[in-house]
Design a protein around this ligand. Structure first.
Ligand SMILES: [Zn+2]
Length: 452
């Protein structure tokens, strides 16, 4: 509620004006000729431009006339440094892709490469209006450093596999790394951690249970890949005599702390169980389509009451980290998989990429432009040829935008990108690093220097 004011303008750090603001607040208000006042990294107020211009005395102003403002998008599932393997192996099914192309290269990674990979990922997220992501990879303090330096926000998950891994000799080593990561970022304003066992087919049941206890003791989210493809279900049935959801149920790991990535191969009974236990699911349409994993029953999950966020998955299986593309795909594929053109509407897809993903991260105040919430926002340039004319900003964000119309990205009130200028990343150096990374990746994949 707006409080009664005396006539004296209040101070704020920044006043942002835009033609339209898609607030994603509880009522999904879309405001025209509107403004956002920002103070101490938080939204102080959002409303009519004329009212806010009279009420505030800003230190700085940002005039985004001709633009629409959206909450910064929240990527619910990615493996940020996998930009290193973008386009290295395409057109393969999940298991063959993982076992023969991804894991052998990952085994040879070093910290310098991971740092470059993470920075490349940050650049793409910033460029396409994503301000927060839920990660799962190795040496997460390196991604943490990149995120801390470039101004983004993230929940970092140190990945764990049971088979001999180049990263951890034992499960306890991984849990200790998670504890250290949590300790390191406990007071960081933009970084948090999550417990991240890879999947039910790569981690033993007792280790899954142990990892969940760790998440409970640290009071942080617990995330894993689950039911990604019928092949995974077949593996689980062969090894444990149970389907993937049943394995987690038998271990008592289905809870509101749980975020499951994919959930493609789930039955109606399993969907009801996920809803009943308050589990979060992240949908990754581009990755599911590219690896031919199947179509997730997203509308059924939503109808049952499951919180479904949206993610890109890694750049090796997408091959983008562009949430605008995944929003569009979620809406399009959702209609086909549900056999109904009204399924996964534009508003639903935008909710998934903002508010719902934020809940998947255990950070529900993100994904909206609302007083008291972090000032994480992005702007689309409405002068782009593909965005004229505009009848419905939400429709444009989901169906018409490609992500490259993003002209401003801001996290915690700090502008990270404006009109082609990356304010926190040196793109010239990053391009040079990317060239070196490509040479390494070709060698690591056993393709030699001169092979395409
Ligand atoms: Zn993944």
């Amino acid at each position: 509620m707006t409080q009664e004011r005396d006539n004296k303008p209040r101070r704020c750090d920044l006043l942002v004006r835009a033609d339209a603001i898609v607030t994603q607040d509880g009522e999904r208000r879309v405001l025209t000729d509107a403004a956002v006042a920002v103070t101490d990294g938080l939204v102080a107020e959002v409303g009519d431009y004329a009212n806010l211009a009279a009420a505030y005395e800003p230190e700085q102003t940002l005039d985004l006339s001709g633009k629409m403002l959206l909450p910064g998008l929240v990527n619910g599932h990615t493996h940020l440094p996998m930009t290193l393997q973008r386009g290295l192996a395409d057109d393969l099914p999940l298991m063959e892709w993982l076992q023969n192309h991804i894991w052998p290269v990952e085994a040879k990674l070093n910290e310098t490469l991971l740092a470059s990979g993470a920075k490349l990922g940050c650049a793409e997220l910033i460029r396409t209006g994503c301000t927060t992501f839920l990660n799962g990879y190795f040496h997460e303090q390196i991604t943490g450093q990149a995120v801390s330096d470039c101004g983004l926000r993230a929940v970092l998950g140190e990945g764990f596999f049971a088979f001999p891994s180049p990263f951890f000799a034992t499960a306890e080593d991984c849990w200790n790394t998670v504890r250290a990561l949590d300790e390191r970022y406990r007071d960081h304003p933009r970084l948090r951690s999550a417990v991240t066992p890879h999947a039910v087919y790569t981690v033993e049941p007792d280790q899954l249970a142990e990892s969940f206890e760790l998440a409970e003791s640290l009071d942080i989210p617990w995330q894993t890949h689950l039911a990604e493809s019928p092949m995974e279900t077949a593996l689980c049935l062969e090894k444990h005599g149970m389907r993937p959801v049943e394995i987690l149920r038998s271990l008592n790991l289905l809870s509101p702390r749980t975020t499951l990535h994919h959930c493609v191969d789930v039955t109606d009974e399993e969907i009801a169980l996920l809803a009943d236990r308050g589990v979060n699911v992240v949908h990754n349409p581009a990755s599911n389509l590219k690896l031919c994993s199947g179509l997730s029953p997203v509308q059924k999950l939503l109808d049952a009451g499951v919180n479904v966020g949206l993610g890109t998955d890694g750049a090796a299986s997408n091959n983008q980290l562009n949430m605008f593309r995944d929003m569009g795909l979620a809406a399009l594929v959702g209609k086909v998989s549900h056999g109904d053109a009204s399924a996964v509407s534009a508003q639903t897809a935008l909710d998934m990429a903002t508010r719902n993903s934020a809940r998947c991260l255990g950070w529900p105040e993100l994904g909206r432009i609302e007083a008291g919430c972090p000032a994480d926002m992005c702007a689309l340039d409405l002068a782009s040829a593909n965005l004229m004319p505009m009848f419905n900003p939400v429709s444009h964000a989901v169906y018409a935008a490609t992500g490259l119309e993003v002209c401003m990205t801001m996290t915690a009130g700090e502008v990270l990108y404006l009109y082609g200028d990356f304010r926190t990343l040196d793109m010239t150096t990053l391009r040079e690093e990317a060239t070196e990374c490509a040479k390494w990746a070709r060698c690591a994949a056993g393709r030699g220097k001169n092979t395409k």
